[in-house]
Design a protein around this ligand. Structure first.
Ligand code: ADP
Ligand code: MG
Length: 289
């Protein structure tokens, strides 16, 4: 049975925008010493903007944007939404595509009039043995590359930005004496490192496939001294949320899968509510004992 005090704690936390799915998590959250954030949509706004488009000779920007948008229409990824919006703004009408395959952590693959089309990251091109200019690896922003058949066709450069509240989130956790703060992401390492440095986070791991995130949290769990809170918003994050000691979903724009799997749901888009949740747990303990 749940001691009465927890009901008061759950109510108080919910008034602060943090939903605890049970009194046991109010207790568990006070023991957290390791906080692992997903990047996109959790610490960053997750709303990308297309900054520029670069094509191979013989392909126009309009063609490349049309191609990318036609394929991305079939995806709900934040990157996909940005590309579809960009085409719309430029009055570029996508063509209809059938049987588009989404490969988590890579991008999309389809067939248009008998030609294989790839839209995703450079890892996707490598997977299909499509060669691309070496310079692409050095671009310090998120890029979406396209291939037509076996040929690299060009890229779109997108930017995301940190939430103002992400700085607050780190500051408040450190004030609670939680110094083991980490970022996990499927995005490229250089981008993840850049955001992490701005936030004062030293442990930042990029280039992770959805499976890689799960394995990483599993490994952390092997050492019982690590009491882990994982904070994420995406469908991909559900397994990591389930594996951590306390799984926390960003409820604002988060996916249903993340919200359902989590033990605690933040009802805004503010990662600093993680600290709010920990303080609520500690406050409840103080009242009870
Ligand atoms: P994260 O939420 O950490 O970015 P994901 O697994 O969702 O992790 O994505 C990892 C990477 O895979 C993205 O950064 C992007 O490069 C690529 N990717 C995934 N889905 C798409 C898509 N629909 N279009 C283009 N690239 C994609
Ligand atoms: Mg995410």
């Amino acid at each position: 049975s749940i001691p009465l005090g927890y009901f008061g704690g759950i109510g108080a936390a919910s008034r602060l925008g943090v939903l605890f799915k049970g009194g046991n998590y109010l207790d568990a959250i006070t023991k957290i010493n390791t906080v692992v954030f997903d990047k996109t949509g959790t610490l960053t706004k997750g709303t990308f903007n297309v900054q520029l488009c670069k094509t191979q000779p013989g392909i126009s920007k309009e063609e490349l944007i049309r191609l990318a948008a036609s394929v991305e229409r079939n995806s709900t990824h934040p990157i996909a939404k940005a590309i579809v919006n960009h085409a719309e703004e430029k009055n570029i009408t996508p063509v209809s595509t059938t049987e588009v395959t989404e490969i988590a952590g890579y991008g999309l693959e389809t067939n248009i009039e008998g030609t294989r089309i790839l839209v995703g990251n450079i890892r996707l091109l490598s997977k299909y043995q499509v060669s691309y200019p070496k310079e692409l690896s050095a671009i310090p922003d998120t890029i979406v590359v396209c291939a037509i058949g076996t040929e690299y066709a060009g890229y779109l450069l997108l930017s995301d930005s940190l939430k103002e509240d992400a700085f607050q989130a780190v500051e408040e956790l450190k004030a609670l004496n939680i110094n083991n703060i980490q970022i996990l992401s499927g995005d490229r390492q250089s981008i993840v490192t850049n955001f992490a440095q701005k936030l004062g986070i030293t442990k930042a791991y990029g280039d992770l496939l959805p499976d890689g995130k799960i394995k990483y949290v599993e490994e952390l769990r092997q050492d019982s001294r690590n009491q882990i809170a994982f904070i994420g918003d995406g469908i991909n994050d559900a397994p990591a949320l389930a594996l951590s000691n306390v799984g926390i979903a960003m409820g604002g724009l988060g996916s249903d899968a993340a919200i359902e799997t989590a033990d605690v749901v933040i009802q805004t888009d503010q990662p600093s509510k993680v600290a709010t949740a920990i303080r609520a747990g500690k406050q409840t303990r103080k009242i009870m004992w």
